[in-house]
Write a protein that binds this ligand. Structure first.
Ligand code: GEK
Length: 261
């Protein structure tokens, strides 16, 4: 059962202490929805984009899948696309509690799962099974893919590791394939940064978070969630070989782009 996020009402926070642990998993859907303006729109839109970009018998990756919102949106969007054969859907996260909860959730929904660790297990029999991969996204092999999603995950990686990951994603995509990247960004201009941070905090207040909860979460995320500017993201995407990058969503500092191979 997923509950309301009141973690930082009760929890002191030390700088950089945020982890995707059991307590976060318990409230995750509510936490992300009330913290990321537009999340509830971005997820179904990724499904819509999947209908255009997923190619027959290719692989689709959801990197940093949490409780599977994105891979479930993609799967629903593909269910009636019989001409696509059997795309392989892979959901990866390095939080054990997230992957366990996702496995339970998929079981409740009657969706077959395959473990990336046990390829010898009997094959799933239902349509579009989801492969669950408890792993660091920096170790995931990307081959013969047509769609890769990084929905608010890259921001948790050491910036020094981001080029290598995106290079591997770019090289593993088929021509015509795409990366969907969503990130919280920062702004070069400090006045703009301040204004958009204020507006984001207004959003959180309206979602019922107190000043103390907002401040504690912010402290906990210091040096854990590391934002970059839009220009830095675009430069990297171009450097690793994406030919066209389109921003399709922005609300305050929360952006999503589609990068095409
Ligand atoms: C959604 N995409 O609901 N390797 C694997 N997973 C990682 C790593 C890593 N190195 N670093 C962080 N994660 C989801 C939301 S949440 C975003 C993504 C947020 C995982 C981490 O365990 C968590 O589940 C996810 O990335 C980030 O659309 O909470 O703001």
């Amino acid at each position: 059962m997923s509950g309301r996020d009141d973690l930082y009402r009760h929890r002191e926070s030390l700088p950089g202490s945020f982890r995707f642990d059991d307590a976060v998993v318990d409230v995750f859907p509510d936490m992300i929805d009330r913290s990321v303006p537009g999340y509830s729109l971005i997820v179904p839109m990724i499904g819509q984009l999947a209908r255009r970009y997923v190619q027959a018998d290719s692989t689709v990756h959801d990197l940093g899948c949490s409780l599977g919102a994105v891979i479930l949106s993609i799967r629903s969007a593909l269910l009636d696309r019989e001409h696509l054969g059997s795309p392989r859907l892979v959901a990866t996260d390095n939080s054990g509690p997230m992957i366990s909860r996702l496995e339970e959730r998929l079981g409740d929904l009657g969706i077959d799962t395959v473990s990336s660790d046990s390829p010898a297990e009997p094959r799933a029999t239902g349509p579009l099974p989801i492969e669950l991969n408890l792993a660091d996204i920096r170790d995931v092999a990307v081959d013969d893919a047509s769609l890769v999603a990084l929905n608010f995950t890259l921001q948790f990686l050491d910036p020094a590791d981001r080029d290598e990951l995106l290079q591997r994603v770019s090289s593993g995509l088929r021509p015509g394939g795409a990366l969907i990247l969503a990130e919280k960004i920062r702004f070069e201009d400090s006045a703009v940064q301040e204004r958009l941070t204020d507006w984001h905090h207004d959003y959180k207040r309206l979602q019922g978070y107190s000043e103390l909860e907002i401040a504690r979460k912010r402290t906990a995320l210091e040096q854990v969630l590391l934002t970059e500017t839009e220009a830095a993201h675009r430069d990297r995407l171009e450097r690793v070989g994406f030919r066209r990058v389109t921003r399709w969503f922005q609300c305050f500092g929360f952006c999503a782009w589609l990068a095409e191979r």
